[in-house]
Design a protein around this ligand. Sequence first.
Ligand code: PEP
Length: 248
Amino acid sequence: MLVVGNWKMHGDWGSNAQRLQALHQQWVAQPSVTLAVCVPSPYLGQAQQALQHGVVAWGAQDVSAHAGGAYTGEVSAAMLADFGTRYVLVGHSERRQYHGETSEHVAAKAQAALHAGITPIVCVGESLAQRQAQQTEAVVLSQLGAVLEALGEQALAMVLAYEPIWSIGTGQTATAEQAQAVHAVLRTRLRQHGAATVPLLYGGSVNPSNVAGLLAQPDINGALVGGASLKADDFLAIGQAALSAAAL
Ligand code: PEP
């Protein structure tokens, strides 16, 4: 199981320090569950300092597809690696929506991350209109397909997160059955690619009350958590629920 917090563009030095300290002090090493937080890039050094002697991993929320050069404002995978970054989100729906990232662009970012030894957490998911038009499967398979094509065998080293856009930050979690149905489709596609072992996370309004039902599903291997990861107690409770689910 893998539980990843996405802090988005929240926090400051003081509040980060408290949250990181709580995670560092209260999360005990567990072979069955990895806990990680994806922080805003300027705070990667702070996360590294706070977490480096513990078991909570840290990651970034985006990476450039380019290795270096005249790309003002971008941050390369090698730069992230300099701060001990283990994970990076790529293709979060907010990046696709507000920054026009295409699936091909997302695939190039995943490639750049892997090249630097960082695990990309590739996010896929449909909008409400697409779900209502029965396009969910086609949308997520197309998003995943672009990444599989670019990564080839390297796809085995990625993590995949299913995040229905209508569920992100809305409090409207997909039911465990809805999530499992999409995860099963994604698993089948990964299996065809020889990558059935890729961890599949669910994301979208996950909280301590609804996480157990989601993690009990056979094809859900963890959670990507936005809002609830900003409260250390809630995030730790989600980690504990993952421990219980892993023990079943
Ligand atoms: C996210 O942004 O990745 C996310 C899942 O957010 P939330 O948990 O707040 O819906």
